[in-house]
Design a protein around this ligand. Structure first.
Ligand SMILES: Cc1cc2nc3c(=O)[nH]c(=O)nc-3n(C[C@H](O)[C@H](O)[C@H](O)COP(=O)(O)OP(=O)(O)OC[C@H]3O[C@@H](n4cnc5c(N)ncnc54)[C@H](O)[C@@H]3O)c2cc1C
Length: 391
């Protein structure tokens, strides 16, 4: 069966959960974000205001936060989750607090994630919890380990504490039967993160898939890494959990490689990234007997191809081993139309105190100015729906 790209044009399905008022607000927000100058000025001002502890939260709350986040508390999130569930869309929950550097903050993040796992365990619409390992340990520590630096006694203890925090989370995830999706981060800290995730997959992914690693296909070495991980899981008789993404740190990666004079780990062109991403989906769908996959992308073409592959390979669209996901607040035309066709469609839903989630929101705003075409596409779909409703 051919999945026509037209299926993502159905805006009535895409925005079924949005009121007229919400649609108009979304339109205003995307119009604002399409202005490069405004976003970079806004981002600098927000960072400046935060550093001075000025109250910028209300401004964020009623603009970007409500559009891209589930709420500050689980109770607030429940409303968003129930709303999505009405259209058959699940949720990947994420405690959106980032960029912490102190041991006490890492311990707090563990506690928050444990609460989230307990909440998710009782809520069938929450399909997984997404975590960042830099929420449990210092970026600088991971960078030193990857660079081959000798850890002193304190740093060794620090690393043991990071592993303990991660293991504690895996344990609670298993007890509550909630999968854990571990985000991929910058390439210069990714090796120790991968090693920790591999170790936990080997331990916890027996009979079911609790721990997932993330593969960033904008890196030219990740297709080979994915294949080696499939072999390793086969040999070790555990299940591989694979979240496939293109990658969020392209500019940063290229700048660092240039500055430090090494070959950039990122493909030279978008075309190469797209080819690797689609090939990775194909490979995963060919290995479903020992693998669970989450296709995490807003790209209409990649989603269309992935859906077509499932039909070609005679895989039931609702097969629990395949999940699709887009960020909450973006790509609704993909998510809601996938759900309507019976695919396991989900939204990546960050939650947490407005002030703490601001770095995530700034990234979303910047992405919507730098990702060519994405804002224009969101705007044209919203306009189409406003016109259809005549509101
Ligand atoms: C559910 C979910 C989970 C995610 N988790 C992670 C994560 O753990 N780690 C992470 O890094 N990102 C993560 N992301 C973000 C993701 O990596 C992308 O930044 C984002 O989704 C945009 O890519 P796309 O596939 O949706 O769409 P597209 O618009 O098709 O692709 C845009 C992406 O293509 C790549 N690209 C664009 N231009 C070029 C170029 N000239 N050369 C090379 N590459 C180029 C970049 O990666 C860019 O982000 C996640 C996204 C989702 C939806």
């Amino acid at each position: 069966m051919k999945i026509s790209p037209d299926i993502f044009e159905n805006t009535e399905v895409a925005y079924a959960d949005r009121s007229n008022g919400e649609l108009k607000k979304a339109k205003a927000l995307f119009q604002l974000m399409s202005n490069n100058g405004l976003v970079s000025l806004g981002s600098s001002l927000a960072n400046f205001a935060l550093s001075l502890h000025l109250p910028v939260s209300p401004l964020f709350r009623y603009t970007v936060y409500n559009h891209f986040c589930g709420g500050e508390t689980f109770d607030e999130c429940k409303k968003t989750i129930q709303n999505l569930d009405k259209s058959g869309v699940g949720v990947l929950l994420n405690y959106g607090v980032e960029l912490k550097e102190r041991e006490e903050d890492f311990n707090k993040t563990v506690e928050h994630n444990i609460e989230a796992l307990q909440f998710a365990g009782k809520n069938k619409s929450v399909k997984a919890l997404c975590i960042k390992l830099t929420g449990f340990g210092r970026h600088g520590l991971f960078e030193k380990i990857q660079g081959g630096g000798q850890l002193d006694a304190d740093e060794k203890r620090e690393f043991v504490a990071v592993k303990k925090r991660f293991e504690k989370i895996c344990n609670v995830a298993e007890k509550n039967d909630v999968p854990l999706y571990v985000d991929a981060e910058e390439s210069w800290i990714q090796n120790p993160l991968d090693e920790m995730v591999e170790e936990m997959m080997e331990k916890y992914n027996r009979g079911k898939c609790i721990v997932f690693n993330t593969f960033q296909l904008y890196r030219h070495d990740r297709l080979a890494y994915l294949q080696s991980q499939i072999k390793r899981a086969d040999a070790g008789q555990y299940i591989l959990g694979a979240k496939l993404v293109r990658g969020a740190y392209m500019e940063k990666e290229r700048e660092r490689a240039k500055e430090m004079g090494y070959k950039s780990p990122i493909h030279r062109s978008k075309k190469e990234v797209d080819e690797d991403f689609n090939e990775a989906v194909n490979i995963c769908l060919d290995n479903l007997d020992n693998l669970y996959v989450c296709v995490a992308s807003q790209s209409e073409l990649s989603n269309q191809l992935a859906m077509e592959f499932t039909h070609k390979k005679k895989i039931d669209p609702g097969n629990p081993r395949i999940q699709f996901s887009q960020l909450y607040g973006m790509g609704d035309n993909v998510t809601f139309n996938q759900a309507k066709l019976g695919f396991n469609a989900t939204k990546y839903l960050p939650y947490g105190p407005v002030k703490e989630v601001i770095p995530y929101l700034i990234r979303r705003a910047q992405e919507n100015t730098s990702v060519a075409g994405q804002t224009t596409r969101e705007l044209s779909l919203i306009n189409k729906e406003i016109k259809r409703r005549g509101c």
